[in-house]
Design a protein around this ligand. Sequence first.
Ligand SMILES: Nc1ncnc2c1ncn2[C@@H]1O[C@H](COP(=O)(O)OP(=O)(O)OP(=O)(O)O)[C@@H](O)[C@H]1O
Ligand SMILES: [Mg+2]
Length: 374
Amino acid sequence: MNPFYLIPHTPEPYFCDRKKETEDLVHFLENGQNVTLIAPRRYGKTGLIYHVFDKLAKKKGRMELFYVDIYATSSVDDFIAVFAESIAKVLKKKSLVKSFLKFLSRIRPVISQDPFSGEPKFSFTLDTDADRRYSLKTLLDYLEHRPTKVIVAIDEFQQIREYDGMSMEALLRTYIQPLTNVQFIFSGSRKHMMSEMFTYEKSPFYESASLYYLDKIDRVVYASFIKEQFEKEKKHITEDAIDYILEWTRCHTFYTQSLCNRVFSNVRKEASIVNVFMAADALLSENYETFLERRSLLTPRQWKFLIAVAKEGIVNEPTGAAFLQKYNLGAPSTVSRLLSALTEKELLLETKSLEGSSYCVYNVFLSRWLERLG
Ligand SMILES: Nc1ncnc2c1ncn2[C@@H]1O[C@H](COP(=O)(O)OP(=O)(O)OP(=O)(O)O)[C@@H](O)[C@H]1O
Ligand SMILES: [Mg+2]
């Protein structure tokens, strides 16, 4: 059994740390506060939400917990369907779907079954904005009238800003605000957009949730977690191998888990640093095609810039003469456009601090691959 999970819903013994974060989120929710969870992609937001749900489920004062992933939605109509499906999925386990459908009959859902998962799929006839408003309100009304407290986690929340037509932000805010039985976790990776949604005075969600920034897992804690996981499964990993894993993957959860998973599966008893080198190489070669795919979506200048950032690891002054000359990147005036294009495409990750912004290649494997290029 490989103890390094690669899916967000990681069971307790295989879930690394996040003790304080879990406690904080549970505390917010138990005290009636909505939470906005923000972190770069693949740090572990979704994993943390599931972990918090597992904790809440074990508590005495029972709550109903709904997880809604709106990553793939592009309209209010999609949102409504996905929201209904997420509710049905939880109720199915409790044989409550029938009463839910009865409640929904006023918005006339068409229900089919997903051929792969067997879960119910919903579609609604939403001809007018009034239909949309009414449907959304109906779904929230249903949750508001549940006999137990309800928590709804909306993952990839920034997506609602991409919807065409009516302002989903304003609409959601209008219906969410008066609810007393339902609380929310809004989670997203677009830091700028997410914080703007919750801290900008003119945004509908202004100050309606506590902002919570999720950082990387602490390196020392991660190191002992990795060691323990090997040992629990009667294998061993050397200290320098662990160090190298955490350095090479920059403690970025998904990448660290992936490399650990591979090293673990490759060794029978003892993992040394050489096993780590080989596993890392294998992961990069397997991703070769996707990296080339990325390249095809960029201009040569963007690609060159990305390589330069990868070779540096972190760039604190991307418009500084030292960096531009070292990699022959042209004038500072053109760099800001490159930076914003690459950040927008989620190829560069911008980290802001009091000293200013720094940049690194967002995808750690891509970064490690690029830095090897001649
Ligand atoms: N605390 C943890 N312990 C062990 N593994 C974890 C932990 N948190 C996350 N992971 C692993 O890292 C992977 C990425 O985490 P997750 O999907 O939660 O990130 P995310 O921030 O939601 O990313 P995205 O923005 O891409 O949705 C998960 O698939 C899971 O395998
Ligand atoms: Mg996620």
